[in-house]
Design a protein around this ligand. Structure first.
Ligand code: FE2
Length: 279
């Protein structure tokens, strides 16, 4: 595995170590899954993904307070993937929040919105479920509150703002975790410099920054009112100290405000992970 190391200074009584893992993209299938899932698995399969996941779990058990997985643990919903994901996220050393692929049925076969997500969620439940909340999650580890919010379709919802405010009321420093990073100018520029695509896959781009996007991507990734309200709240709440995200498959670190750092961590499918020491 490829371990990157970062340190966040927020003045804790004792340090907390997190292993941030994201975008594993498991492609497991078995006899319970249909031919179309088997074809997908064949096309995307890479046994190293499971090997790296095992190494990351072992490393976190030995060296960290918690492994934080920010989604795309599964590449698509299958019986075998759900079973493996349940085994991983039920480990008491693992904290999980879902990404877009964790709801993907056949990878890009349909427009993905709240209805699509709910149908996939029900399918996952029918397969036995993951056993942890997928849309909003929280856990106190050491002296920090790890809060996970599902923003996998580039949007937040008002109920998630209410839940986040309740978490902040606990009075502990908050480490926010979600799949899709928030807009920040240097991240936007870096993305266009290094992967000249038709969009940047980040949340909260304003109309000026969406001008470079294709029409489809602008429609897909344009923030709505609740999303803008959430971003304003995150940036204005002093107890929110850092954000851990993935989705982009490269690593990047920048500040959203003078006191709020956003860490994007590269894809775990190639072994990348980040040890974040909070002191
Ligand atoms: Fe993703």
């Amino acid at each position: 595995m490829k371990l990157e190391k970062s340190t966040l200074e927020i003045v804790l009584e004792r340090p907390v170590k997190l292993l941030h893992v994201t975008d594993t993209h498991l492609t497991l299938v078995d006899e319970r899954d249909n031919e179309r899932k088997h074809a997908l698995a064949k096309r995307l399969r890479d046994p190293d993904k499971e090997k790296y996941l095992c190494e990351q779990l072992d490393y976190a058990r030995e060296n960290c307070d918690l492994l934080v997985h920010t989604g795309d643990l599964m590449d698509f919903v299958s019986h075998a993937n759900v079973e493996k994901a349940r085994e991983v996220v039920s480990d008491e050393k693992v904290f999980f929040i879902a990404g877009n692929h964790d709801y993907s049925q056949y990878v890009g076969e349909a427009w993905e919105d709240k209805a699509y997500r709910m149908n996939s969620y029900m399918e996952i439940e029918r397969m036995g479920g993951l056993g942890v909340p997928m849309l909003f999650n929280s856990r106190v580890a050491g002296g920090v509150n790890i809060v996970g919010i599902d923003n996998s379709y580039y949007l937040f919802e008002d109920w998630q703002i209410v839940r986040l405010k309740k978490e902040v009321e606990k009075g502990l420093p908050v480490i926010l975790t979600f799949h899709d990073p928030l807009f920040e100018q240097s991240l936007y520029d870096y993305h266009y410099e290094h992967s000249p695509e038709d969009c940047t896959y980040i949340v909260g781009c304003d109309e000026e920054h969406l001008l470079r996007y294709s029409e489809f991507r602008a429609y897909q990734q344009r923030p709505d009112e609740p999303t803008l309200r959430m971003i304003d709240y995150i940036k204005s709440e002093p107890l929110i100290k850092a954000i851990l995200t993935g989705h982009l498959h490269f690593s990047f670190e920048s500040r959203l405000t003078p006191t709020l750092t956003q860490y994007v961590t590269g894809g775990a499918y190639d072994g990348t992970c980040r040890e974040l020491t909070i002191v």
